[in-house]
Ligand binder design. Structure first.
Ligand code: HEC
Length: 119
């Protein structure tokens, strides 16, 4: 009986991990999804894709990075199609992150302060 439960949990755990895991390209680390090959071809000539995968941002943020590289780093002009493909891929897979910290607890839920200030 116990064993059965364990197997059951393992299966659940495995399938939930499996469904959220995204396939990444083993050489660049880019998430394999629509547009990734365009990103690999356009964006890994000057620096590693790690610079991309370690960043995140909205479509507008990614667009501004591209403009910055075009203005100052010699990134070629992209066709509208290429730029759209790249921006959609980046915004979808390396989008704006939610704040990683939870909001602070309301004071009423906090434990009593053992070090009250004397005032
Ligand atoms: C012509 C060369 C070149 C190409 C092609 C290029 N980049 Fe860059 N990129 C740079 C340089 C140079 C830097 C600055 C690197 C550094 O700070 O060490 C940079 C920095 C970045 C950064 C970090 C920006 C930051 O705020 O720190 C990101 C993200 C980035 N590139 C994404 C891309 C993407 C996406 C593409 C494809 C559209 C791309 N790069 C194509 C030259 C290029």
């Amino acid at each position: 009986m116990k064993k059965g439960l364990l197997v059951c949990f393992s299966v659940l755990l495995f399938s939930s991990l499996h469904s959220t895991a995204q396939e990444t390209d083993s050489s660049t680390g880019l998430i394999v999804a629509e547009g990734w090959e365009t990103v690999r071809a356009t964006c890994t000539e000057c620096h590693s894709a790690q610079l991309i995968t370690s960043n995140s941002g909205s479509r507008a943020v990614w667009k501004s990075r591209i403009l910055w590289m075009q203005d100052t780093q010699g990134l070629q002009q992209l066709t509208q199609d290429t730029e759209d493909t790249i921006l959609s891929y980046l915004a979808d897979h390396y989008g704006q992150k939610e704040a990683s910290r939870r909001a602070a607890l309301p004071a009423a839920l906090m434990p009593a302060n053992p070090y009250p200030t004397q005032d």
